[in-house]
Write a protein that binds this ligand. Sequence first.
Ligand code: DGL
Length: 355
Amino acid sequence: MKTSKMQRVFGLLMITLFMSVAAFGQNKPTIYILATGGTIAGQGATEVTAGYKAGAITVDQLLSAVPEIKDIANIKAEQVANIGSQDMNDEVWLKLSKRVNELLKGDADGIVITHGTDTQEETAYFLNLTVKSNKPVILVGSMRPSTAISADGPRNIYNAVAAAVSPLSTGKGVMVVMDDKILGADDLAKTNTLSVGTFRNPNYGPLGIVYNGKPIYTRESVKRHTSKSEFDITHVTKLPRVEIILSYSNATALFVDAALKAGAKGIVVAGVGNGNMTTVMQNELEKATKQHGVAVVRSSRIMTGPTAQWDEVNDDQLGFAASWFINPYRSRVLLMLALTKTNDYKEIQRMFSEY
Ligand code: DGL
């Protein structure tokens, strides 16, 4: 069948259009969005009431609220879990970290992880210590469910993808992007039960901001992370059990004994002041280190300032380590990973000084 000149010109135009769209698509970075649940995927009874169920919508439903991310990246989405992050657990951590490492060895230029805010600081730190790549890995959550008026999730997701596609985000360690702030996993804390600006870096200050769809960095982490971390969970199927024990007026050794009976290999003390505790608790912990080889790390229930060595507690005499700027929740994460390599308190102290 003879084709007219017009048909040939139209065909050429369509091929050119298709190739330029394809080329443009290929030029956009590929960002994988891994969903784990949380309020960001939450669904409320109405747009205005507080009650809602976390982890109620799927990653595809979540991303349908922020189609603009497809303008800046090739988006691929996976549902890793769909839980309230108060139920986050070692199994999801190991699965998530292994999947992130697998994707970053492949076509992923960056990863965005949607996550509940209750334990986001713990997951972010676990990934900061176990992801073996310099490519951007950014966690994002929200304080309002997806169905709420002025839901903060869509904007947080857009900002997280905007940071993930930027070359400026390479080598920064694992980050959290929320409320227009870029926060480092190295010093992350949820500081308010309800506010959309809840996450802070209380000791080190934020890494930067996302403004007008672009990351602006104002600091870099001086702590070891990601490709410079000595921890490798590739073949780890179970993490050592570490418990956190709070000290307070008149605290006894009750929870020390309970932790030891439950098989804890490590104990983090969320101590008073500079990681202090009652004498009865300290004596029981000294026995645990010297007679049972349990690792003990002193941290503090106070949000800012270090839990420092060489103060009221003689760590060397007790066989304890001090957590310095690592709060009790992140100390537990670091001690779990430390115990996959050693229970020597001097080696553990080195790790708490470097990470
Ligand atoms: N259920 C809590 C969680 O998944 C809600 C907090 C939130 O995600 O903002 O962490």
